[in-house]
Design a binder for this molecule. Structure first.
Ligand code: MEV
Length: 313
């Protein structure tokens, strides 16, 4: 018996880092997906195959002792197959670049939770999300769960630590050009550096949090009005705040300059320090923005919002 599921990646549009200190963030799912196929097998083992490597283990290993980025899949397979007298084979295919802030690990957890759990029962999206967050915590203990939520339900949403998630019921028709710095980054390290910045200058950080909060409120209105030019200006403003807290570097600044010149606006997405930036475009400036990034030898591709979220088949 086989079960298959796919889930989209994500982009943080506004509010990364400040969200850690209680400010609202706006994020959306993107039309790049991870697909997971799970299959029951007679041999009592868990096989995981992916383009970043393979993992083969007996059931019931101690999760914290497993040193592999594929650990969330093992966690899910082990949990679901307990007392079921079966092994599981899992295959992962991805069209999301891995580890660059585009939600590849959350999409893996959501598609993995759906494909694996549905070998055993007809799990609801709520149950799948809960399993996905549990699985993500095996690699990033302090996850807010925002990424898994947007990967499950798709669309655009607003999230803050106190009030959780709310879908934004608008369907803006923009394209995002994602450019990859190909600089590896560790979210944990960059978040720790921002904490140091905050502790050195509480006053500046608090002013920035207030400004970001105001920005997010303004953006909510602009999204409803589909005012892409003004949204671009807000994206540039958000980038200024991210520069101030020290998560940018020369390469990212160069990429952002291209995006801001060619498109409506551009900023880092995710932790920064490396990873990706995005530029906001529509049909009128999508091609020219892509061309410019390519002519300066940056890896880039365009995405749209994914409104579907998790898909099982
Ligand atoms: C990373 O994608 C987003 C951060 O805000 C960290 C977090 O929210 O946990 C930098």
């Amino acid at each position: 018996m086989k079960s298959k599921a796919s889930a989209p990646g994500k982009v943080i549009l506004f509010g990364e880092h400040f969200v850690v200190y209680g400010v609202k963030t706006i994020l959306c799912a993107i039309n790049k997906r991870i697909t997971v196929t799970a299959e029951k097998i007679e041999e009592n083992k868990i096989y995981i195959k992916s383009n970043i490597g393979n993992l083969v283990l007996e059931p019931n290993k101690i999760i914290s002792e497993i040193n592999s980025p594929l650990k969330p899949f093992y966690y899910l397979a082990n949990k679901m197959s307990k007392d079921q007298n079966t092994g599981i084979k899992i295959e992962i295919e991805s069209d999301i670049p891995l580890g660059v802030g585009l939600g590849s690990s959350s999409a893996c957890c959501v598609a993995g939770a759906a494909a694996i759990s549905r070998l055993f029962k007809n799990t609801s999206n709520e149950e799948i999300l809960e399993l996905a967050i549990e699985a993500e915590k095996t690699i990033f203990e302090n996850t807010s769960g925002a990424d898994c939520t947007v990967c499950t339900y798709g669309g655009i949403m607003i999230y803050d630590k106190e009030n959780g998630f709310n879908k934004i019921e608008s369907e803006p028709n923009f394209h995002l050009v994602i450019a990859n710095s190909n600089i590896e980054h560790s979210t944990k390290t960059v978040v720790a550096n921002v904490k140091q910045f905050k502790e050195k200058d509480e006053k500046t950080f608090s002013i920035l949090c207030d400004k970001e909060s105001q920005l997010v409120d303004d953006v909510l209105k602009l999204l409803k009005e589909n005012d892409i030019k003004e949204l671009g200006n807000k994206i540039n403003k958000n980038q200024e705040y991210l520069e101030t807290i020290g998560i940018s570097n020369e390469k990212l600044r160069n990429m952002i300059k291209i995006g801001q010149n060619e498109a409506f606006g551009a900023k880092i997405t995710g932790a920064g320090g490396g990873g990706c930036i995005f530029a906001l475009t529509d049909e009128t400036n999508l091609e020219q923005t892509m061309e410019k990034f390519k002519s300066e030898n940056y890896d880039c591709f365009s995405v749209k919002i994914d409104f579907q979220g998790l898909d099982t088949f």
